[in-house]
Ligand binder design. Sequence first.
Ligand SMILES: [Zn+2]
Ligand SMILES: [Zn+2]
Ligand SMILES: [Zn+2]
Length: 142
Amino acid sequence: MTEAEIIRQIKTKGFKITSQRRAIIEALLVPDRPPTAQDVLEIVRDKYPYVSLDTVYRNINLLAEIGCVIKINLKNNEKSRFEILKHHHHHHLICLGCGEAVCLEKCLLDKHMDVLKDQGYKIVGHAFEIYGYCPSCCDTAE
Ligand SMILES: [Zn+2]
Ligand SMILES: [Zn+2]
Ligand SMILES: [Zn+2]
């Protein structure tokens, strides 16, 4: 999604565009790999020195709720990373060595979701991550 598409989505869902919110969206689009909330905060603070981590979290969570951002749950105590949704809903392989998040082609859970829906469950979302080591980290992972 581009910044303009995200802003359109926010408006469609009935939320306001503030300059701070816009700065947070821009910050999410800057790094090469999905940033943590802390990364976003540091970028936003260049322009808005008084923004709090709490504000960043609230805005990112809102973006996740309306489907503009994917939350990548990392193992260990590492902070979650957030990725602007580029094409479609998908999941990640997280490298435990370097922290790289590799985007997987497509979601394989649709089938399970259909089964659950048929059984009368209302599904509101799901999270799914694969943990491992990327090829270049494999050597060091014993
Ligand atoms: Zn790696
Ligand atoms: Zn991805
Ligand atoms: Zn999925």
